[in-house]
Design a protein around this ligand. Structure first.
Ligand SMILES: [Zn+2]
Length: 306
């Protein structure tokens, strides 16, 4: 039986995106064929590409970002990420942070890589991707199989002692927190970019947070908090990667964060390298770009032949 194929308008597709995994993807139009051709040319030409990914890549896995209009955390909630200085100086802030992170962990850690993560992993296997840097702390590139990855802002999947640098798995910490808080039965259905979900403050006051078992130091997720700097060695290593690459591709980032990857795009610009940007919204580096494609990364990248 012949099927009648209905023309799907831009807004129809948009409605499709709004459902399920796409609830945190900002409003956008489908990418046009010219953009696909342009991007294909880029992929044909460059073979040592430095790629930088941001929250816009993870929104397609069902994780919200902070800044996007309407769908970002800042637009939907009065909550703001905890500041480094508050975390290290106030026990009540650490109790609140870990209680919320504990409640949000199951959902956060169950997120899966999407088409973009899978594409980048495949690209790495084809040996044309020089290095992948992500501003995300969700481990989704690793889950997709990428190996040459630097997590610019660290990862939520590790816990670190601020005194002795003892480092261990966040999943193990979940077991420890459960043992110390047997009566804390709150599991969040909300999801946040770093698992920091909102809970009633009364609930978090009595949450038990352990110190480092080796030295008694403060335990913190191995994530660069707001008000904290990316380690210098990491930045210098990445400057070298930019130098050795022949082009830079920015995916799903507005590059607005203070300690963001903007500096690498700036360096690439000074070195006169080709800079491509794919993002739904404007970015801080649009003026530096050789080309800018306004699109959802997961809409355009799977159309590229590697
Ligand atoms: Zn320690």
């Amino acid at each position: 039986m012949a099927m009648k194929i209905k023309n799907i308008s831009g807004s129809g597709i948009f409605n499709l995106y709004r459902s399920k995994h796409y609830q945190f993807v900002p409003k956008h139009e489908p990418c046009n064929p010219d953009s696909v051709s342009l991007l294909q040319e880029f992929f044909n030409k460059y073979s040592e590409v430095f790629v930088l990914t941001g929250a816009g890549v993870s929104t397609e896995s069902g994780l919200p970002d902070y800044r996007s209009k309407d769908v970002g955390l800042y637009d939907r909630s009065p909550n703001r990420p905890v500041l480094y200085k508050d975390f290290v100086s106030k026990i009540e802030v650490r109790k609140r942070y870990w209680a919320r992170n504990f409640a949000g962990w199951k959902l956060f850690s169950s997120t899966q890589p999407n088409e973009v993560h899978k594409f980048l992993s495949l690209w790495e296997q084809k040996e044309s991707l020089h290095w992948l840097v992500t501003q995300n702390v969700d481990r989704l590139h690793h889950k997709a199989g990428s190996q040459n990855v630097t997590e610019l802002h660290g990862t939520s999947y590790l816990v670190k002692c601020l005194s002795c640098s003892n480092l261990f798995s966040r999943n193990l910490f979940q077991v420890i927190l459960r043992e110390l808080n047997p009566d804390f039965n709150v599991e969040s259905t909300e999801i946040a970019p770093d698992a920091d979900v909102h809970l009633n403050p009364e609930l978090t006051k009595s949450f038990n947070v352990p110190d480092c078992e080796k030295c008694g130091g403060i335990l913190k997720p191995d994530v660069v908090f707001f008000g904290e700097n990316v380690p210098k060695e990491k930045v210098f290593e990445l400057y070298e990667k930019v130098e050795k690459s022949d082009a830079v591709l920015v995916l799903g980032s507005s590059l607005e964060v203070v300690y963001s990857g903007y500096r690498f795009v700036l360096m690439a610009s000074e070195l006169k390298k080709c800079i491509g940007i794919i993002n739904i919204g404007p970015t801080r580096a649009d003026k530096l770009a050789t080309f800018k494609i306004t699109a959802r990364c997961g809409d355009i990248l799977p159309k590229i032949k590697l």
